[in-house]
Design a binder for this molecule. Sequence first.
Ligand code: C5P
Length: 278
Amino acid sequence: MNSLTLHAPAKVNLSLRILGKRGDGFHELDTLMVKLPSLADEIQFDTSHEFSFACDDPSVPSDERNLVVKAVRQFQEATGLSASYRISLRKTIPHGAGLGGGSSDAASTLFGLNRLHANPLNDEKIQEIASSLGSDVPFFLLPGAAHCTGRGEKITPAPAPEPFRILLLKPAFGVPTPDAYRRWSQSQEIPGIRYAPQDLGGVQLTNDLERPVFEKHRFLAELKQWLLSRNDIAAALLCGSGSTIFAALKEGADAKQITQAAQCELDPGLWAWSGLTG
Ligand code: C5P
């Protein structure tokens, strides 16, 4: 096979519960994640004389810090193969957004390289490499929704909730994930902001990272409350560690009109996307 193109989808956490801080510095989680199949980065592999990597988004590092390059290095080390492909990454998923873009890119890279080399690594080894690259990476190796525990790397496939239409809104700033977790244990709720679980077709939407993230970035708390005050929105929640907020849209809601209102009333620089959950 000479070339291969893969789509690396985004995710949202419908619920994210932090059970406590662990001895290794990570936090014990219980989270339900679903993919957004139509919000995806594109990764292309073309045969070449040596490995190289390029990304169309200049704000994303294209050196050894990139999770795609880290995945390639781990694949080379585990297999002894040179992985001589030119890998081109076209970013659509914003980074620092809580949408899992980098993790999904890494999972697709491992999957793609393994397939292009006729599967030298078994599923177990791929999962092991994936979890060493990041807590969210193993989730993207499996299709569909999942309950994730441990630091997020222990995956139990879950029945996918009925797909629903969501709107994602994200300000220009991102939230570094370690910062959100570091603040969690000391953080307080902001009076007047809704943190309580929201029922959406039997799923309890909740995110324990809202407390530390809203405390540091008040705008995100304001954005959530603004969404919740509208009667065309069923629920609103922080995505992962942010900085995206997602809204579950009621039937007939006009995503474009809501986006324009948010850009006009809150922040003209908001990035927006609307589509179905997977
Ligand atoms: O695993 P990942 O690279 O996504 O984690 C980034 C950072 O987020 C970790 O270094 C850690 O500070 C924090 N984190 C955590 N508990 C988790 C997942 C991430 O404390 N379950």
